[in-house]
Write a new protein. Structure first.
Ligand SMILES: [Ca+2]
Ligand SMILES: [Ca+2]
Ligand SMILES: [Ca+2]
Ligand SMILES: [Ca+2]
Length: 640
C-alpha cells in the first residue's frame, strides 16, 4: 500500500522506466536486469507510471462509477437482510494519518460448529483510545449461519472478540480434533483460538508459542513437513512504534515516502523498518516451534508482508509458500522436502511484475484458471499499478500475462485487497474477483481518477486465457462503492454458487450473494484427512473430470488479503449431469479415485473411506438434507 506517485523519486524512475514499461512485458532479459537493481534498492524507485484519470459519463472516477442500467445480475448485496449490518469495523481515525490505520482487516469463512453451514469471522481493528483503556475496544464478529439466510453474532459467547488491533484471520484444525481453529494476526500479540467443540474457543497462543507481539498480517496453515499436523506461517509487516509514529508529510530522509502526488499523507511502508516473517512447526502436542531461520523463510530483508498462502505450485506433492509483500518484491519459496525451502522469488518470476517492478501486493488468489492442472496466482496491488496475473508455466515458473489476459489496463485506477479465483457461473472455468478501496481519504478531494471507496471488480473467464470485466449493473452487488479490504469466497448458502464476504474499512461488511441465473450443475467436496493427513485436509488437491473437462481444486488456508476461504472444493460442471472421474491427492501422499453418484450437492469424502455424507439443500426429500453431513468430528484426536 505504498504511494505509487512519489514525485521526487519518480523523476529518475520515469526516465529509466518508460521504455521498459512498453516493451518489456514478458521480456525476460530486462526483467532480470530490473530484478537485480531493485533487489539492491528495495526502498526504491519503482512506479507503475503516471496515469490520466479515467472518468465515467458523469465525470466520476471509474472506481466509483461506470455503472450500466442493464446488464448481468451476478451478486446482490444482502448484508442488511442477512443481519450483518449492525457490526462495524473500526481502525484508527477517519483521516488515516498513520500507517497503522488504513490497511483494514481480513475475514474468514469456517463452519465452527460443524453443522454443515459456513459461519463468518470478521476481524476488527481498534482505536488509540481503546488501546489506552479509555473506551471499549471494537470487537470481532463471529456470525453464526442460521441456515435461513440470516446470521447471529455469537462472538462474545464464543470468546473470540479479540479486542486488539486486528488484521488477519486464518483457519486450520491445528490439533486434528475435527473442529476448525482460528489464528488471528494483530498489531501486538496474536491469538490462536482453539475450538472447544461447544460453541466456544480458548486463546492458546501463548501456550502454543505463536503469540509473537509484533505487527503481523496474513497467515496460512499448511503441513510443510508432511507429518500430518498443520504448521503455521505468519507474515510480519512494519516495525511500528506507537509512541513515535512517523508524522504525515514529514520526516527527514523518508520525507519522500510521506506524499502522494505531492500531497502530504501518512508515511510508509517505505522508509519504515519492516518485520521478519515466522514459520511455526507444529509439534503435535499443542505447541509450536519457530523454525523460520532454519527453514529459510524468515525473510531477512524484512519486507512488508501482507498475505501468504501454502500451495503446491510445482506439483511435487509438497506445499510451497507464496508471500505478498507491500512495496517490496514478493516471496516464493519452494518446499525442498527436507524441512527447508529454496528462495525462488526472483527465479520464479513471482517477485516482480512483468515490467520487472516490485508492486505493493496486498492479496493472493490461487487457482488453475486455464484448466491445465497447474496452480496460477493473481495478486492485488496499489492504484496506478495493474493487477498481476501470474500464469504457471510448469514447475512454478510464472509469467505475467495480465495484459494478454485482459485484466491489466482496467484495474489500474483501483487499489485492490481481497482477491481470488472463483467460478461464479459454474461453467467450469475459474473467474477472478477483487475487493477494492483506497488508503488515502484525500484522494476524494483531488481529480486523480480514484476514490477512497471503490466498487469491486469481477472478471469472467473466457476459456481461452482471457477475461472480460463483468459490467457493474445498477442495483447489483457489482455497483456498490465500499472501502473494501479482506475478502473471502465460499458457498455460504449451500446452493452451489460461490458468494463473497468483504470486511470494509470503518464500516459494516458486505455480503455479496451469488444470484447468477445460470442453470449449470456443480458439486462440492468437503474433504476429511485420514491418520497421516491434516484432519481438515488442507493441502489436498482434487482433479475432477466432467464433460471431458479436467479441473483442479485445492484445499487452501489463507491467501486473499489476510483472509481465509471455504475449505470445501467447488467445481462448476456446466451442463454436465454426471462426473466422469475424481482423483484426490491427499496430503499424506495417498492418491484415491472415487466416483460421485450424483451432482448438485456437497459430498463429504474421508481419506480411505470414500463418501461418508452428503448435503443437498435443493433436494425435496428432507432426509437427504440431514443425512450424515459430517463424518464424526470426534472429541478425541484421530491419531495415536
Ligand atoms: Ca456453521
Ligand atoms: Ca481443532
Ligand atoms: Ca507439519
Ligand atoms: Ca466461470
Amino acid at each position: 500500500m505504498f504511494s505509487r506517485r512519489v514525485i521526487l523519486i519518480s523523476l529518475v524512475a520515469l526516465l529509466a522506466s518508460l521504455p521498459i514499461r512498453v516493451e518489456s512485458r514478458g521480456g525476460s532479459s530486462s526483467h532480470a536486469q530490473m530484478a537485480n537493481s531493485q533487489e539492491q534498492q528495495p526502498g526504491g524507485t519503482s512506479t507503475g507510471g503516471s496515469f490520466a484519470p479515467v472518468l465515467d459519463a458523469q465525470k466520476r472516477p471509474i472506481t466509483a462509477g461506470g455503472f450500466v442500467d442493464n446488464g448481468p445480475v451476478v451478486f446482490m448485496d444482502v448484508t442488511k437482510k442477512a443481519g450483518l449490518v449492525n457490526w462495524r469495523h473500526k481502525m484508527g481515525t477517519a483521516k488515516k494519518l498513520y500507517i497503522l490505520e488504513p490497511d483494514g482487516s481480513g475475514v474468514a469463512l469456517l463452519d465452527y460448529d460443524n453443522d454443515g453451514w459456513l459461519d463468518i469471522y470478521l476481524v476488527n481493528g481498534s482505536t488509540y483510545d481503546a488501546l489506552a483503556g479509555k473506551t471499549t475496544p471494537p470487537r470481532a464478529a463471529l456470525f453464526h449461519n442460521n441456515h435461513d439466510g440470516t446470521f447471529t453474532d455469537v462472538a462474545e459467547k464464543a470468546g473470540v472478540t479479540n479486542d486488539r488491533w486486528g488484521f488477519g484471520a486464518v483457519v486450520g484444525d491445528f490439533d486434528n480434533d475435527g473442529w476448525p481453529d482460528i489464528y488471528v494476526s494483530n498489531f501486538g500479540k496474536n491469538r490462536l483460538y482453539h475450538n472447544n467443540h461447544d460453541g466456544t474457543f480458548t486463546d492458546v497462543a501463548e501456550k502454543a508459542g505463536v503469540a509473537l507481539g509484533i505487527w503481523s498480517s496474513g497467515a496460512t496453515f499448511g503441513d510443510y513437513d508432511g507429518d500430518g499436523f498443520l504448521d503455521l506461517f505468519v507474515t510480519g509487516y512494519v516495525h511500528y512504534d506507537m509512541n513515535r509514529p512517523p508524522a504525515p508529510g514529514q520526516g527527514s530522509e523518508t520525507a519522500d515516502y510521506c506524499q502522494f502526488r505531492g500531497a502530504p499523507v501518512m508515511c510508509g511502508p517505505r522508509g519504515l523498518k519492516g518485520e521478519r516473517d515466522h514459520l511455526f512447526h507444529n509439534n503435535g502436542n499443542g505447541t509450536f516451534t519457530d523454525v523460520s531461520e532454519k527453514a529459510g523463510v524468515s525473510g531477512p530483508n524484512a519486507y512488508y508482508g501482507l498475505a501468504a498462502v501454502f500451495a503446491d505450485l510445482n506439483d511435487d506433492g509438497k506445499p510451497d509458500l507464496a508471500v505478498a509483500n507491500d512495496s517490496t518484491p514478493n516471496y516464493l519459496y519452494i518446499n525442498k522436502g527436507d524441512g527447508t525451502f529454496e528462495d525462488a522469488s526472483a527465479a520464479s518470476g513471482y517477485a516482480f511484475n512483468g515490467d520487472g517492478r516490485e508492486t505493493a501486493s496486498m492479496g493472493i488468489g490461487v487457482g488453475d484458471y486455464l484448466n491445465n492442472g497447474r496452480l496460477d496466482l493473481v495478486n492485488s496491488d496499489f492504484s496506478d499499478d495493474y493487477k498481476v496475473l501470474y500464469r504457471n508455466d510448469g514447475d512454478a515458473n510464472f509469467t505475467d500475462v495480465s495484459y494478454e489476459a485482459g485484466i491489466a489496463s482496467v484495474t489500474i485506477p483501483f487499489l485492490s485487497w481481497g482477491n481470488g479465483f472463483l467460478d461464479y457461473d459454474n461453467d467450469g472455468w475459474k473467474d477472478i474477483f477483487f475487493a477494492n478501496g483506497h488508503i488515502y481519504p484525500i484522494v476524494d478531494d483531488h481529480p486523480w481518477g480514484t476514490s477512497f471507496a471503490q466498487r469491486p471488480l469481477l472478471f469472467h473467464n473466457l476459456k481461452n486465457g482471457k477475461f472480460d470485466l463483468v459490467p457493474a449493473t445498477k442495483g447489483t452487488g457489482l455497483a456498490i462503492v465500499i472501502a473494501g479490504r479482506g475478502a473471502a469466497f465460499g458457498d455460504i448458502f449451500n446452493n452451489g454458487k460461490i458468494d463473497v464476504i468483504i470486511n470494509n474499512e470503518d464500516s459494516a461488511p458486505t455480503l455479496l450473494r451469488n444470484v447468477n441465473p445460470d442453470k449449470n450443475h456443480w458439486v462440492e467436496l468437503k474433504l476429511v484427512g485420514g491418520p497421516k493427513s491434516p484432519r481438515d485436509a488442507v493441502g489436498a488437491t482434487v482433479f475432477l473430470t466432467a464433460n471431458g473437462l479436467r479441473q483442479r481444486g485445492d484445499v487452501l488456508s489463507g491467501g486473499s488479503y489476510a483472509s481465509s476461504n471455504d475449505f470445501r472444493v467447488h467445481f462448476g460442471l456446466g451442463d454436465a449431469t454426471s462426473v466422469e472421474s475424481v482423483e484426490i491427492h491427499w496430503p499424506s501422499g495417498a492418491k484415491e479415485k472415487i466416483s460421485l453418484p450424483s451432482v448438485d450437492r456437497i459430498f463429504t469424502v474421508e481419506e480411505g473411506k470414500g463418501i461418508t455424507g452428503e448435503l443437498c439443500v435443493s433436494c425435496k426429500s428432507q432426509s437427504a438434507m440431514t443425512t450424515g453431513q459430517h463424518p464424526q468430528a470426534g472429541n478425541s484426536p484421530h491419531r495415536d
